[in-house]
Design a protein. Structure first.
Length: 416
């Protein structure tokens, strides 16, 4: 009997392949459509609930460092609901918002195949590069796409800059580690890295994107260069990038604006983006000192913050549920204990036994997200938070060894 190529593909297709494609779909959807991303997550939950193969894979990642710490952090969030200063319904809603942690778990369970890591990295670079090209076109034509201003294609300028910088880094790593060997694809990677990095510097006005770019340039130097040159370039390359940012009219204006807002926030007559964040940081520190060990509980930040601004006047009385610092937000809601567990969760990625370049590609982007999270809560936000958790799981997934009924260890083949 002759079997067509399509029939052969369908025979090889399994629920594991289906789940992998759903995660790839979500990797793209989180940049453009929250409803589609949520739909993909719902389908993934159902797939894991009803598939014995997928549930079996979960049992074999239970002892992996990243899985252990994801569970620990999830428990911190759940316990925080019990003592939160907010009502159970409000704190429960915040806990539900952290369901994105399950993306780490699901990706760890099914992205053990290195070919799928390569596929996800390649897809990410291609999609984001096309967005960068569209951004250039939108900027020079002066016409916005959908509801965005000219030059913005992904969510907002901060998210776009972060994704563009991350994709440029991934393209560079795929090139330098020779993961992509086809000449045409290597050419595409070179073009992608240049288009993405130049867009961050000259088009996208996102300060978070600038910081991600600088961090990832430093990571690239440390990963690719050996000997004494490493430390010279570790300083020189980011400094060259800073020089380009200062030459760029867009970046120069944004950087000087940031400096002015930070320096003069105490005397500012009206609210500014960074000025209000400085006030938020001061008030959040007072919150932490009030309940340092366990914090105000899951979702309790805004209620606790309101108590700190009773004596403030003018724009300083503006309440918030986010201090624009991920680490301060966690310590305010979950105390020092919660912060230590969250830091352990981040550190656990580097304890995963994975090969290069995946540890560099995953770890570099993770470190860049940590840097921007000093000024924003990028693990809590919808797009940036889902992306980094999904990326940690995809790049950090270890090769699985499943035990058969006869107690012989056999590799769990891709798509089986």
């Amino acid at each position: 009997m002759i079997v067509s190529p399509i029939q052969q593909y369908l025979q090889r297709f399994s629920v594991i392949s289906f789940a992998r494609y759903l995660l790839l779909f979500e990797l793209v959807a989180i940049m453009f459509s929250p409803p589609l991303a949520v739909l993909a997550e719902l389908m993934l939950y159902l797939a894991f609930m009803f598939s014995r193969d997928l549930r079996m894979r979960l049992t074999f990642i239970l002892r992996q460092p990243l899985m252990v710490m994801a569970i620990c952090f999830g428990l911190v969030l759940a316990v925080g609901v019990l003592y939160s200063v907010e009502t159970f319904s409000v704190s429960g809603r915040f806990l539900w918002g952290w369901r994105k942690l399950l993306l780490v778990v699901m990706a760890l369970a099914i992205f053990d195949d290195e070919s799928w890591k390569k596929r996800s990295a390649w897809l990410f670079v291609l999609v984001v590069t096309m967005c960068a090209i569209a951004s250039y076109a939108s900027h020079f034509i002066g016409m916005g796409v959908y509801k965005y201003s000219p030059g913005i294609i992904i969510q907002n300028h901060a998210a776009q800059g972060m994704f563009f910088s991350a994709a440029a880094f991934v393209a560079l790593m795929l090139l330098m580690f020779n993961i992509i060997s086809v000449p045409v694809r290597r050419t595409i990677l070179v073009i992608s890295a240049l288009v993405l990095a130049s867009n961050v510097i000259f088009i996208t006005p996102g300060r978070s994107g600038y910081l991600v770019l600088l961090v990832l340039l430093a990571v690239a130097v440390l990963s690719l260069v050996e000997g004494w040159k490493k430390w010279l370039l570790f300083v020189a390359v980011p400094m060259m990038a800073v020089s380009l940012l200062m030459i760029s009219p867009v970046a120069n204006q944004r950087i000087h604006q940031a400096i002015d807002e930070v320096v003069n926030y105490n005397s500012a007559p009206e609210i500014t983006s960074l000025g209000v964040r400085m006030v938020m940081l001061e008030n959040t520190k007072d919150m932490v000192l009030e309940k340092p060990l366990f914090g105000f509980g899951t979702g309790g930040f805004e209620k606790g913050y309101k108590n700190q601004i009773d004596d403030e006047i003018g724009w300083r009385r503006i309440s918030t549920g986010d201090p624009h610092n991920q680490f301060l937000k966690i310590v305010a809601e979950h105390g020092v204990i919660g912060l230590l567990i969250f830091l352990g969760f981040i550190a656990s990625f580097f304890m995963q036994k994975i090969d290069e370049p995946w540890k560099v590609i995953g770890g570099g982007v993770l470190l860049a997200w940590c840097a921007t999270s000093l000024f924003s809560s990028h693990f809590s936000t919808f797009s940036e938070g889902r992306f980094i958790l999904l990326w940690m799981g995809m790049m950090g997934a270890m090769s699985l060894q499943l035990t058969s009924k006869s107690n012989k260890k056999t590799s769990y083949e891709s798509g089986s």
